[in-house]
Ligand binder design. Structure first.
Ligand code: PGA
Length: 256
């Protein structure tokens, strides 16, 4: 059985003061049921880089893990504006979102960057959450699977099957991010099943069965249950709906 992973991606929102208040509110709603939740799921919030120390403090003793939204693949060096895995680990970060569509499209991150970051995260025993997904134009041209397979093949190049359980894939159709247009659970399941098939071909059945595949794109407290009901949807990467403690808590508590 794969453990679910439900992750809040705060993007460039919530400064340190707001984040502290948010975490206090979230913990009021999650801590009392934490023992039940941790039986089958991992929970995660990913604040902006500079807010990580404040959130690390606010999360002390909670079952909610701390993630980052990006990192560089080198440990240190002349990379202005970048942050490395050891720097993040020093604050208790355990998961890294890699290759989010905003990084790919706004900051022109390539599949090769994504691949180097995934390898670096694994080397440092951080869980990479590698994002893949097609644009609206690509979907309308029936290129969804082709695009996602290319991103997987390049992003996971050289990553061995032994890493399967430590890797998380997030399928995030670009047209569903921040638009209120969620992929239907059926549309998402189809792509998730193709991703699982790709992993099966690359790593073998047992390893592919261990990799968690999250769905992201306009996930809300209202649609989370129907998404999680699908056999290959192992959790969610949530943007907008993770920015309010109430809706974040509802999504974290899905099905409970
Ligand atoms: P959204 O963002 O939930 O606001 O659509 C998801 C994401 O970009 O990870």
């Amino acid at each position: 059985m794969r453990r679910k992973l439900i992750a809040g991606n705060w993007k460039m929102n919530l400064g340190a003061n707001d984040a502290r208040a948010f975490v206090a509110d979230l913990r009021k709603q999650i801590d009392p049921v934490a023992a039940t939740l941790i039986k089958d799921r991992d929970l995660l919030v990913a604040p902006a880089m500079v807010v990580i120390p404040a959130v690390a403090q606010a999360l002390a003793g909670s079952s909610i893990a701390l993630g980052a939204q990006n990192m560089h693949w080198e440990d240190s060096g002349a990379f202005t504006g970048e942050v490395s895995a050891p720097m993040l680990k020093a604050f208790g970060v355990t998961h890294i979102i890699i290759g989010h569509s905003e990084r790919r499209h706004v900051f022109l991150e390539t599949d090769q960057f994504v691949n180097q970051k995934v390898a670096a995260a694994l080397k440092h025993r951080l869980v990479p959450i590698m994002c893949v997904g097609e644009t609206l134009q690509e979907r309308e041209a029936s290129k969804t699977v082709e695009v996602v397979m290319r991103q997987l093949e390049n992003g996971l190049s050289g990553i061995p099957s032994e890493a399967a359980a430590a890797v998380v894939i997030a399928y995030e159709p670009v047209w569903a991010i921040g638009t209120g247009k969620t992929a239907t659970p059926e549309q998402a399941q189809l792509v998730h099943a193709s991703i699982r098939e790709f992993l099966d071909d690359s790593w073998g059945k047992a390893a592919a069965a261990e990799t968690r595949i999250l769905y992201g794109g306009s996930v809300t407290p209202e649609n989370i249950d129907s998404l999680l009901a699908k056999p290959d949807i192992d959790g969610a990467l949530v943007g907008g709906a993770s920015l309010k403690a109430d809706s974040c808590a509802k999504i974290f508590r899905a099905g409970i």
